[in-house]
Design a protein around this ligand. Sequence first.
Ligand code: AMP
Length: 303
Amino acid sequence: MQVLVVGTLGIDTVETPFGREDDILGGSATYASLSASFFALPGIISVIGSDFPEDYIKLLRNNNINTDGIQKLPGRTFRWTGSYKDDLNMATTIKTELNVLEEFKAIVPKSYRKIKYLLLGNIDPELQLKVIKQMDSPKLIVGDTMNFWIAYKNEELKRTLKYLDILVINDAEARQLANEPNLIKASGIIRKMGPKILIIKKGEHGALMISEKTHFAASAYPLEEIFDPTGAGDSFAGGLVGYLAKTGDISEPNIRRAIIYGSVMASFNVEDFSIRKLLKLKSNDILKRVKSFHKFSNFDINA
Ligand code: AMP
């Protein structure tokens, strides 16, 4: 295995202007590991309840995702209900049911401990930290979080942030975490909390990478049809870390390339509900979109 993905495996109910789907497969680890699986071999650390369909585990395995780190506990699986109105960049959480997540101990199997690329998907920051501490010597630690954890586990999140090389976060959450409306100032404040590089996701407006030395703005892939933005952030992070693991290069120019691969994965994911689009995707589709991305975002500096 090349990428360790920590995150939720969940059952979602999602409403967008294009429809509503009840009890569909979701969770940050689901999207992130599937997206990463196009580039590298992922293993998952997560928890499910006794109601989690066995078929979903088979589906992950069929996509070359190692599931030895998934613990099954008595009780109900993590559930999230969310809705999007006309602004598809803004998810409104209607209900979060942590369920078995509250009992989860996040034990890393021995076979995972030497993995070099660690993606701490959106999950309780205490669990993220527990996982970091069990790993031998990761080469790269990338973390994600969301408003729920910024609000309810702020101190725990700040303890985890100290260990991150890269924090992937959306713009509203960066403002919330830093308590600062200006994104550039906010990113400086957050980098002081630990992460050396901040990647700020701005939904349909792309992503911004900010480190001490550099600043890189990538637009989002222009799409006319977006059905369900759920999992865009996780597919972005999965694509980003998967690509870095595949190439074994964490230099700044390669992180820029990885951001484009992440954006492309997110752009496919939002074209259908749940993981449906990712399941139909072929490596060649990804390459085609990366090339077209390059074409439209390139410019000649000479007049
Ligand atoms: P994204 O749209 O990429 O931010 O992630 C959407 C996924 O995150 C959904 O499938 C949810 O199951 C999952 N999710 C929602 N709330 C949380 C939470 N508080 N912690 C972890 N995962 C969550």
